[in-house]
Design a protein around this ligand. Structure first.
Ligand SMILES: NC(=O)C1=CN([C@@H]2O[C@H](COP(=O)(O)OP(=O)(O)OC[C@H]3O[C@@H](n4cnc5c(N)ncnc54)[C@H](OP(=O)(O)O)[C@@H]3O)[C@@H](O)[C@H]2O)C=CC1
Ligand SMILES: CC(C)(CO)C(=O)C(=O)O
Length: 314
């Protein structure tokens, strides 16, 4: 495919993975970062590679582009407004690559002239320090159907991130939310990686959180069933290397605010609209709200393994 100019807003786990994937395909990538660093490096089971893409911290330093990939955490979208305003153009789609079900809402008040493409990503990726990202699995992305989604799939075709169109994107987003409602707060609260789901009671709690969320998803019109819950729960210990954690665990380790209001909070808000009881998710939300975003001591940070010792699952 012809090389395209791509701006990636956010240089964390997902921004790093997507910037590397696009660069390796020959696209012209610019990383729009908040915290400056010199050079992106990506650690995978095959080794660590430098990704020689320019890293800029000022919107005026980036020229016009063909695609914008927004990869900040959901609560950080407001802070990314200067980038989005600088890059906005009717022919430059903004791909919102985030967890949750609020992809369009999160940029709705920006007044963008650009088409917005909601996107979901499944990947085991961790930003361990500014500019250094560990990717422990290949990635898969799901995007809304339509012409922009198909062009985006073509843009990354042949990279380690396989993009496909989800005919029922709303259901796909709720299915992804099921995994995040279980894995993210449980790993963040226990400060453990996905191996925490080897503990039978924790696995049962995960399943119970998902059961509650399933009732809400169905009330919202998402065509999901108990089989989706079962698949997600068994995936906790089989879809990714168990040394993987979750984006919420990584935020907690780094002392950053977490996305709980957009994960568990989204389920609880929708449950209230429908009068559906979700006591376990309400409890988890209260605990997440009670956490202080404080960088954790070195002994806890040692939970961060490198990739080299973690071969991918077949
Ligand atoms: N990590 C994972 O494995 C997965 C994550 N996701 C989802 O993907 C989304 C992105 O997560 P992830 O990449 O993990 O998050 P990270 O915290 O690793 O990265 C987010 C990046 O956004 C940057 N940022 C924040 N505000 C701005 C700003 N104003 N301008 C420029 N950059 C900014 C942060 O900067 P700074 O460096 O200063 O912190 C950080 O580098 C989330 O919605 C997450 O839930 C989905 C699937 C898997
Ligand atoms: C659970 C996981 C790893 C799935 O991609 C994820 O979405 C996250 O870490 O936020």
């Amino acid at each position: 495919m012809e090389a395209r100019r791509i701006a990636v807003i956010g240089s964390g786990a997902i921004g790093g993975v997507l910037a590397a994937a696009a660069h390796d395909l020959g696209h012209q990538v610019t990383l729009c970062a908040r915290t400056p660093f010199d050079r992106l490096s990506l650690e995978t089971p095959d080794g660590t590679a430098e990704v020689p893409v320019p890293v800029v911290t000022e919107p005026d330093a980036v020229g016009d582009v063909d695609w914008v990939l927004l990869t900040t955490k959901v609560p950080d979208v407001a802070g990314a407004r200067p980038w989005l305003e600088r890059l906005d153009a009717p022919g430059t789609p903004v791909v919102v690559v985030q967890n949750g079900i609020e992809h369009r809402e999160s940029v709705a008040d920006m007044g963008l002239s650009a088409p917005v493409l909601p996107a979901l990503i499944y990947v085991a990726a961790e930003r361990v320090r500014p500019g250094h990202v560990v990717r422990r699995s290949p990635g898969t992305m799901l995007v809304e159907p339509g012409e922009v989604g198909m062009r985006f799939a073509a843009l990354l075709a042949g990279s380690p991130v396989e993009v496909s169109v989800a005919e029922d994107f709303a259901a796909a987003a709720w299915r992804k939310l099921l995994s995040n409602v279980g894995a993210n707060p449980i790993t963040a609260l226990t400060l453990r990686r996905l191996d925490v789901f080897d503990v039978p009671e924790v696995r049962d709690l995960g399943a119970a959180l998902l059961d509650e969320a399933l009732a809400v998803a169905r009330a919202e019109g998402a065509a999901l069933t108990r089989a989706d819950v079962d698949a997600v729960v068994s995936g906790f210990t089989s879809d990714f290397p168990r040394e993987n954690g979750s984006s919420m665990l990584y935020d907690r380790l780094a002392g950053l605010p977490t996305e709980h209001e957009h994960i568990t909070g989204a389920v609880v808000r929708a449950a209230r609209r429908h009068g559906i009881p979700v006591p376990r998710n309400e409890t988890v939300l209260a605990l997440m709200r009670g956490l202080r975003p404080t960088r954790l001591p070195a002994s806890v940070a040692e939970l961060r393994p490198s990739c080299a010792s973690n071969p991918p699952k077949p």
